[in-house]
Design a protein. Structure first.
Ligand SMILES: *Cc1c(COP(=O)(O)O)cnc(C)c1O
Length: 238
């Protein structure tokens, strides 16, 4: 029997609650971000109808297109979880509830300048904890100045840190990377300054929750496997 987005979503919420209880945490402390990159808006609508409100996108063009298509859903919240170029900060500032991937002083400044006439934008710094060359995110040694740049922008609200561990077949191997993100949080002001830790995806949700995650970013476990490229808007033949 084909599983629907709604049934997969409720399975993932149950999984999140079980993971929280298994380590003695209150499930309410942890929010589920439905990662909808490369998924059609019809799938987002299914999740929305089932009660999901927070959606994560990686690519600016795809985010702005979907935000426009679904603008009638006033309480749907968009979160950017992909690398953001400064020249696209304005488009994101206009539609996002949070940007979880601030990785430079310049990006913080540009986003701050572009967020206008709206409530402050929640932001997290993306830290490249593993040091992989292919990964975006600031180096741990640059984190202090990135956080200070965020604090300096009155239109940004510093919320915490995000990391993406190296891809691996063994979820437990993510644990040291999540521990390191939490250590960095404690070294840079602790939970009062950085209440959010965005860590954990479909494969390693339990590992991340046991290490203090407050945002798990779940894509394929809710929406199924992704197509290889973002779904493109229908174009009329000319
Ligand atoms: C795609 C993506 C996710 C979701 O990954 P799944 O393995 O499909 O759950 C989470 N976080 C980031 C930063 C991503 O790019």
């Amino acid at each position: 029997m084909a599983r629907t987005v709604a049934s997969r979503l409720s399975e993932q919420l149950a999984r999140l609650h079980a993971a929280a209880r298994a380590c003695g945490r209150d499930p309410q402390e942890i929010r589920l971000l439905a990662v909808s990159k490369f998924q059609p808006t019809s799938a987002i609508l299914e999740a929305y109808a089932a009660g999901q409100r927070d959606f994560g996108e990686n690519y600016v063009q795809e985010l702005t297109r979907k935000a426009e298509e679904l603008a009638h859903l006033a309480d749907l919240r968009w979160h950017l979880i992909g690398h953001l170029q400064t020249n696209k900060a304005k488009a994101v500032a206009a539609v996002a509830t949070s940007v979880q991937t601030i990785d430079s002083v310049r990006l913080a400044q540009e986003l701050g300048k572009r967020r206008q006439k709206m409530p402050p934008l929640d932001v997290l710094a993306n830290v490249n904890v593993s040091g992989e060359a292919s990964k975006s995110g600031c180096q741990p040694s640059a984190l202090a100045e990135v956080l200070a740049a965020i604090d300096a922008e009155p239109t940004l609200r510093l919320r915490g840190l995000l990391t993406v561990p190296p891809a691996t077949a063994e979820p437990e191997l993510a644990a040291p990377h999540f521990d390191e993100l939490r250590r960095l949080r404690d070294a840079h002001g602790g939970p009062s300054r950085l209440p959010e830790l965005s860590m954990g995806m479909s494969a390693d949700l339990e590992v991340a929750v046991a290490r203090g995650s407050t945002w798990v970013r779940i894509g394929s476990a809710i929406f199924g496997e992704r197509a290889l490229a973002p779904s493109t808007p229908a174009r009329s033949a000319s």
